[in-house]
Ligand binder design. Sequence first.
Ligand SMILES: [Zn+2]
Length: 86
Amino acid sequence: MVIECSLCGNPMTVRHCAPLSLTLRRLYFVCTRCGHKRKASHEIDFSLSPARHPNPGISLDVRDAPRLRGPVDSRTKKTTRQGERG
Ligand SMILES: [Zn+2]
């Protein structure tokens, strides 16, 4: 996972990830340009579609959500070549 450093605009990468639960992770980011370090959380709020092989230990609602803008989103198949679906 990469996010933008709010101090210098450089991409920040995850240097460590700690699981806090089945749906929550603590992420530690570092900026390779300015050295800024950041702690953040990544939580799964709900599912956009049911899992083929659900984990009985996780109960997530399946909810509809507005589609993301752009050529590819979570409901779009991977594109192998421009305009061709894989
Ligand atoms: Zn930075």
